[in-house]
Design a protein around this ligand. Structure first.
Ligand code: FMN
Length: 200
């Protein structure tokens, strides 16, 4: 198939959409973001938020934020939290809010997974504040575990790609398992290129 060139728009990765929480001027606020992810093997997330957002002020003030992973059935509230600002609307009243002893950021009880993060580094780019947050607490409910591990299909995360929300679908293979038959048939130098983590 021939390749065709399409618009240079960065929202191409399917990514879990998350509800970011922070205390702003002494009140909880929640904001939907798609610019969120993993940066290294240490427990650190990055988030990228517009500098003018209400939540950004709170993260700068407190040095903490929460990541709340909504399930597919929270799509309406998640979308809403990305449409209105905490400057004029109390978005916290949509949820049951709680706090963790390790830091000052509100968390959402209804979300299947919650992470409390402490800002360890930040930078700015093109009108956005990018915060790197160390995960201090990871919380879930028993209903979302299988053999004591968070089960993606039970969590049923809300995914974002382009301009649509999606659900996860089904598992199609195991990490570092599906490539094994190829790896075992390759010379060592090619194995190193396939996955340096396996060899370290
Ligand atoms: C699906 C979705 C993803 C979004 N992702 C981001 C994002 O990654 N960064 C950002 O700054 N704003 C993002 N927004 C926009 C903010 O959520 C929105 O402007 C919000 O009203 C800001 O609220 P606040 O002023 O209370 O912080 C997103 C909105 C939606 C609906």
């Amino acid at each position: 198939m021939n390749k065709i060139s399409v618009k240079n728009y960065p929202m191409v990765n399917p990514t879990p959409v998350v509800i970011l929480g922070a205390e702003v001027e002494g009140k909880p606020n929640f904001t939907t973001i798609g610019a969120f992810g993993v940066v290294c093997l240490e427990p650190i997330f990055y988030i990228s938020v517009k500098s003018t957002h209400h939540i950004t002020k709170g993260i700068k003030e407190s040095g903490f934020f929460s990541i709340n992973l909504p399930s597919v059935d929270m799509v309406q509230k998640t979308d809403y939290c990305g449409m209105v600002s905490g400057k004029s609307v109390d978005k916290a009243s949509l949820f049951t809010t709680f706090y963790d002893e390790h830091g000052n950021a509100p968390l959402i009880k209804e979300a299947p997974m919650n992470y409390l993060c402490k800002v360890v580094q930040n930078t700015t780019i093109c009108g956005f504040d990018v915060f790197f947050g160390e995960i201090l607490s990871t919380l879930t409910g028993e209903d979302y575990l299988t053999e004591n591990k968070p089960d993606p299909l039970k969590i049923d995360p809300l995914l974002l790609m382009g301009y649509q929300y999606y659900s996860l679908g089904s598992a199609v293979g195991g990490i570092f398992k599906e490539g094994l038959s190829l790896k075992n048939n390759q010379p060592t130098s090619i194995n190193d290129e396939i996955n340096p983590h396996l060899n370290s």
